[in-house]
Design a protein around this ligand. Structure first.
Ligand SMILES: *[C@@H]1O[C@H](CO)[C@@H](O)[C@H](O)[C@H]1NC(C)=O
Ligand SMILES: *[C@@H]1O[C@H](CO)[C@@H](O)[C@H](O)[C@H]1NC(C)=O
Length: 420
């Protein structure tokens, strides 16, 4: 092979092998439509506005007056607009080009960052997974000889891409071995970055002496990043990625990833789930096929009777909700859940709605973590869906993290107080 031929060959291979898309470029031309439903009938028929390729940033809810936001690829504009007409919903585009929009958001964020000196880890910013891990391990070392606080980082195996999956256990050294447990899960949907500093803020509060009673009376399990592979991918490739990066399915090499919050064994693959590996709501080759879901299952299996409260932090529209999400009905004992939820939203400064998950989301979904916990005997399981203060519900600017995280802490601490 001549040198020139070789060079051409090399360049061509390189182009093919390296990812053909620059960051977020796959969203070029995608639009976001506002979906404002006015009647119960429209809500009932909402299904017709869904498909494997339509990505909802937020689902519409008539009952809670929530305007949905649907991200639609160019191939489906016509289809989607026809369905809107069929449903009697006015066409209303909120973002003309998602790629442009994300680039602009990033530019704004970077400008602010560049204006600051290199700073220490803090709770008012977003960090890459390694930085988060380092921070947490530093906390663990700092408390290794503490006679007051028992702080442990537990390794729960490796993700598909080889990242350590970890969770934090924090409680007081006061040795009643069988304390009730509170679990806080964050980052199940990797693009919902806001959940991660929100969970780390809870860790920080628990280490604060003025909140001693919470670690004296409970053992806390915090999973700050349940889906690290997906989270890193939202930093490096696609900001709006919703899945893990595992490649177990028959199409794994082409379409990696499983939607972790559709992979639990509750009515698996029935609603708002897809059996297509290329879909953003792919439920996996089977329930619990993923190391991330199995981590939650193992927490249940090893602590079943002790789990008092399970909270999944998400970012979809400003509400606290309780099971069921897979059924249009509440679970047994929902009055207790509603009352505890009421105390939580009353403690918050922002306005949050409260209700049954399938109702507040305006849609059913199978295979979710909170339904799974409820199905297995945990009485208090909530999704806290963080309020989007910005015009969209996905990209929360870093300036808003502290206010949001503090509000969620109010809700969580009031719940813990009530369960003392
Ligand atoms: C519903 O929300 C919109 C803003 O999204 C507001 O202008 C309107 O007044 C609300 N309607 C009701 C009945 O609360
Ligand atoms: C904890 O104790 C060990 C053994 O005495 C010591 O080497 C280590 O530096 C201590 N850690 C801290 C954070 O003080």
């Amino acid at each position: 092979m001549g040198l020139l031929k070789f060079l051409i060959y090399f360049v061509m291979c390189h182009v093919i092998v390296s990812n053909v898309y620059a960051k977020n470029e796959e969203y070029t031309g995608f639009k976001v439509y506002n979906v404002k439903l006015e009647t119960e009938e429209q809500q009932y028929k909402f299904e017709i506005l869904k498909s494997d390729v339509i990505g909802y940033w937020r689902k519409p809810s008539v009952k809670f007056n929530i305007t949905g936001q649907a991200m639609v690829p160019p191939s489906h504009f016509k289809w989607f607009e026809e369905k809107l007409t069929e449903l009697g919903v006015a066409k209303d585009i909120s973002i003309e080009d998602v790629f442009e929009y994300l680039s602009w958001k990033e530019e704004v964020a970077e400008k602010i960052l560049r204006n600051e000196e290199d700073k220490m880890f803090s709770f008012d910013d977003y960090y890459r997974y390694n930085d988060i891990l380092n921070y947490i391990r530093t906390l663990e070392t700092a408390h290794e000889n503490s006679t007051d606080i028992n702080f442990k980082v537990i390794d729960a195996g490796l993700t598909a891409e080889g990242r350590p999956l970890i969770y934090i256990k924090v409680t007081s050294q006061a040795a009643t071995s069988e304390k009730p447990i509170i679990i806080i899960e964050a980052g199940i949907n990797p693009r919902e970055w806001i959940t991660i500093p929100t969970s780390l803020n809870i860790v920080n509060k628990l280490l604060d002496q003025s909140y001693n009673k919470f670690i004296n009376n409970f053992e806390w399990i915090i999973i700050p990043v349940l889906n690290p592979d997906g989270y890193e991918y939202t930093h490096t490739n696609l900001r709006l990625w919703t899945k893990s990066r595992s490649i177990q399915s028959h199409l794994g090499a082409i379409c990696p990833g499983v939607n972790i919050n559709r992979n639990f064994d509750v009515d698996w693959l029935s609603f708002d789930s897809s059996s297509s590996p290329c879909s953003h709501i792919y439920g996996g080759p089977e329930a619990f096929s993923e190391v991330e879901t199995r981590l939650i299952k193992s927490l249940l299996d090893s602590n079943e009777k002790r789990i008092r409260l399970y909270v999944s932090l998400q970012n979809n529209g400003g509400f606290i909700s309780y099971p069921w999400q897979y059924e249009r009905a509440a679970s047994g004992m929902f009055v207790q859940q509603h009352l505890l939820g009421l105390s939580m939203i009353e403690a918050m400064q922002e306005h949050y709605n409260l209700g049954v998950s399938s109702e507040v989301y305006g849609d059913r979904a199978s295979g979710t973590s909170t339904d799974f916990m409820r199905k297995n005997g945990v009485l208090y399981t909530f999704n806290i869906d963080i309020v989007p203060r910005s015009e969209d519900s996905v990209i929360i600017p870093r300036e808003e993290i502290t206010t949001i995280a503090e509000d969620v802490w109010r809700a969580v601490s009031v719940a813990a107080d009530n369960l003392l």
